[in-house]
Design a protein around this ligand. Structure first.
Ligand code: ATP
Length: 328
């Protein structure tokens, strides 16, 4: 099954970190060793590729990382990789080490970089969706999404204790600049009064009506989840807009922020990352390139990166409807 041309694979993590990236790196490296390949860690994403921060990995480098949050290879955003000169430097460094294939773990930006790099230099690259945002097509879930949802829900449960004790109205902002996947899941999983996501506009008047109706129904706590990229603004902005219309409420805002990126990956993310890591290496050995490994309906699938990054993955209408039904 092995394609003799590939003997040395470089692996990197890029863009925002996500819980489960370490598990993915481990699976890539372990699979590489299983197929008798040399494996190289490229530190700090594309920036490290440009700065030649590349090291041959041994088994000990990946011991006990499966359960750790973050990424031991570190991640970075590289402005220089967006330039032709930067990518040329990166290519020259790969050649110095004899690296003949890449596995890129990251979000849509990182995969866009991999796609471009493959088109320019022909180095076979396979992407692994590593982002808490879940905004890549070609996979039901991205690595880190499940853990981020668990973290958000756990935090919201705690907020609810104080919301209930004081009859407070809380606006909780979760991550998701362009995608409401974390918000809609956190909304359903934490019994939110409403969920505001970037994909759909909820007029402020409708939100006020819903909250008034809940007051009448004697609901003892109200938590509104707001995705950071919401069409009506962030949590603080919405709270400000609404406060005059609900004067009897003590309104508070909590921004969960970067805590959603941290922590040990959930079992779901560990398993997903492990399956995708092995599949990426096997995909390369089968001659696949310029594709992203994903899982759809429990089956490994390879989707052209150009399709995965289109940004057309949407929050399921059913999820949106269910969140609405459960919040009234
Ligand atoms: P997240 O979803 O967590 O934001 P991401 O992978 O989308 O992760 P980005 O900052 O968009 O994060 O991209 C990571 C890196 O990928 C960039 O810093 C840049 O080096 C590279 N990259 C992104 N877009 C391009 C592009 N169009 N051309 C070349 N490189 C790119």
């Amino acid at each position: 099954m092995e394609n003799k041309a590939i003997t040395k694979i470089g692996v990197l993590t890029s863009g925002g970190d996500a819980p489960g990236m370490n598990a993915a790196i481990r699976a890539v490296v372990r699979a590489g060793f299983y197929y008798n390949l040399e494996m190289y860690g490229i530190y700090r994403g594309y920036e490290g590729m440009i700065q030649n921060e590349i090291k041959k990995l041994e088994s000990k480098n990946i011991a006990h990382i499966l359960e750790r949050g973050g990424t031991f290879l570190k991640s970075a955003r590289s402005a220089e990789f967006r330039t032709e000169e930067g990518r040329q430097k990166a290519y020259d460094n790969l050649k110095k080490h004899g690296i003949d294939a890449l596995v890129v773990i990251g979000g849509d930006g990182s995969l866009t970089g991999a796609h471009l790099f493959f088109k320019e230099f022909g180095i076979p690259a396979i992407g692994i969706p590593g982002t808490i945002d879940n905004d890549l097509a070609g996979t039901d879930h991205t690595i880190g999404f499940d853990t981020a949802c668990n973290t958000a829900i756990e935090a919201i449960d705690k907020i609810r204790d104080t919301a209930t004790s004081h009859d407070r109205l809380f606006f909780v902002e979760v991550m998701g600049r362009d995608a409401g996947f974390i918000a809609i899941n956190a909304g359903i999983g934490s019994a939110a009064a409403a969920t505001l996501i970037p994909e759909k506009k909820m007029p402020i008047e409708r939100l006020v009506e819903r909250l008034k109706a809940r007051t009448k129904a004697m609901k003892t706590s109200n938590i509104v989840i707001v995705a950071e990229g919401g069409k009506s603004g962030g949590a603080a902005e919405i709270a400000e807009k609404i406060k005059k219309q609900l004067p009897y409420y003590d309104i508070k805002v909590t921004i969960l922020g970067h805590l959603q990126r941290g922590g040990a990956p959930s079992s779901y993310d560990r398993v997903l990352a492990s399956k995708l890591g092995v599949s990426a290496v096997e995909g390369l050995l089968h001659g696949k390139h310029d594709v992203m490994a994903g899982i759809i309906n429990n089956k490994i699938v390879f989707t052209p990166i150009s399709k995965a990054i289109l940004g057309d993955k949407e929050v399921d209408e059913d999820d949106f409807r269910i969140a609405k039904i459960l919040s009234t």
